[in-house]
Design a protein around this ligand. Structure first.
Ligand code: MF3
Ligand code: CO
Length: 248
């Protein structure tokens, strides 16, 4: 069941989402060679605390951290650790909070120092595919219009869409209906309506779309060892088109 949000509820979600956006922006500036993902975790949780926001991921299905840090061939749900980032790495950072009963959720992929042209083009295609999807998040369109816009954007550039993980509705829960695959057919799926709030999150691989979960039961990696990137925004569908609640 898709839970529509009132204008007042979207106002509350805008606050939770802006906290996420600010903290992700702080993390982006912090990323550099020598920094550990554990440093990033500490920053995210202390900044959330300063704002009286609760970290959404810690404890969610027993996830042990506040931030997901997924370098290079890690797709999503990487665990913060004490190994330093190196120039040439890319690192996906996924963060969410609850504030005033509502969730906000967003992700970025950040270059560490100088990265290869191939990595740059993966990051650009993934971020741009998110905006191609958001552009379709318009009342009267269908869910498949978002999915197919993302899929077409990345496949036209030679990259592949992860199938095993999807975006989601968001509100008083982190994950609500509908599920939002990053592949699909335009014109299919539920009709989009004002008041829907969607976490749209393309996870895009440089090589094959296949992924697997490591023995820690969290870290998702590409099967072929190639790079993967992830961007996410929490987006409200309004009478006036999509509003990106996690925009900085
Ligand atoms: N952005 C991810 C999602 O929406 C984060 C969840 S990770 C978990 O699914 F650790 F909380 F599970
Ligand atoms: Co999400």
């Amino acid at each position: 069941m898709i839970i529509l949000k009132s204008r007042r509820e979207i106002d509350r979600m805008r606050i939770a989402s802006s906290i996420v956006a600010e903290i992700l922006e702080g993390l982006r500036l912090l990323v550099s060679p020598g920094v550990t993902t554990f440093d990033l975790e500490r920053y995210a949780s202390s900044e959330a605390k300063k704002r009286n926001a609760k970290c959404a991921f810690r404890g969610y299905h027993e996830y042990p951290s506040s931030l997901c840090c997924s370098p290079n061939n890690q797709v999503v749900h990487g665990l913060p650790n004490k190994s330093p980032l190196s120039s040439g790495d890319i690192i996906s950072l996924d963060f969410g909070v609850v504030f005033d009963d509502f969730y906000g959720d967003a992700a970025i992929t950040v270059p560490v120092g100088d990265i290869s042209p191939a990595a740059k083009s993966l990051l650009a295609a993934t971020e741009e595919s998110l905006y191609a999807g958001i552009e379709m998040a318009v009342s009267g369109n269908r869910l498949g219009d978002i999915s197919s816009a993302i899929q077409n954007y990345v496949e036209n550039r030679g990259f592949s869409v992860v199938r095993d993980f999807v975006g989601h509705g968001i509100g008083r829960s982190l994950h609500e209906d509908p599920q939002i695959p990053n592949y699909g057919l335009s014109g299919k799926g539920v009709k989009l309506k004002p008041g829907m709030v969607l976490a749209i999150e393309p996870m895009i691989n440089e090589g094959s779309h296949e992924v697997k979960v490591l023995n820690d039961n969290w870290t998702v990696v590409t099967c072929d060892g190639c790079l993967s990137a992830h961007y996410e925004h929490t987006v409200a569908i309004t009478e006036n088109g999509p509003e990106i609640l996690t925009r900085i």
